[in-house]
Design a protein around this ligand. Structure first.
Ligand code: HEM
Length: 139
């Protein structure tokens, strides 16, 4: 899509973003199997509705979402840390396809921040060496 992008974040443009993004997620070689195993066919409409409310709360401060994403993600089988890079790349690309550069960048920045805090909550162990740093060899 090269024109007619959404100039603004609204409930309607969020709905299009969510439907497009999760359509792509479900066809993605790494993300698809994890999502499709966690969310049954007849549960997808509810999931999409939850995600519309979530992004409405994040972008429009509408307060439409309440929930506990950390607890929900803890229960997702196969949610490995490297998948977050795929998720973020696909989300940013989808936002850039659908929105003008300003709102697209705003979506990408919010997603990046939320993904970072989700990963810290899910994967960080206090006392463990920081991610990416080699452990010092035992003396
Ligand atoms: C690789 C990364 C991710 C995977 C595989 C993943 C997977 C999932 C799955 C399978 C669910 C539905 C669980 C269920 O209803 O049983 C879910 C829910 C959700 N995800 Fe993710 N997710 C990822 C990253 C993210 C990120 C980065 C965000 C936010 C920016 C996010 C926000 C949410 C929210 C808000 C819910 C709904 C929680 C609720 O039910 O209240 N997820 N995710």
């Amino acid at each position: 899509m090269t024109q007619n992008r959404f100039p603004a974040v609204t409930e309607d443009s969020i709905a299009v973003l969510i439907d497009t993004f999760y359509g792509r997620v479900r066809r993605h070689p790494a993300l698809g199997p994890v999502f499709n195993a966690a969310i049954a066919e007849d549960e997808w409409p509810d999931h999409l509705e939850t995600m519309r409310r979530f992004w409405s709360s994040v972008m429009l401060a509408s307060g439409r979402y309440s929930g506990n994403p950390v607890a929900v993600h803890r229960a997702v089988a196969g949610l490995e840390r490297p998948l977050f890079a795929d998720w973020l790349a696909l989300f940013a690309a989808t936002a850039a396809d659908l929105f003008d550069p300003g709102p697209a960048a705003e979506f990408a920045a919010k997603a990046q921040r939320i993904a970072t805090s989700l990963q810290l909550a899910l994967f960080h162990r206090f006392g463990a060496p920081p991610e990416g740093l080699a452990r010092r060899p035992a003396a």
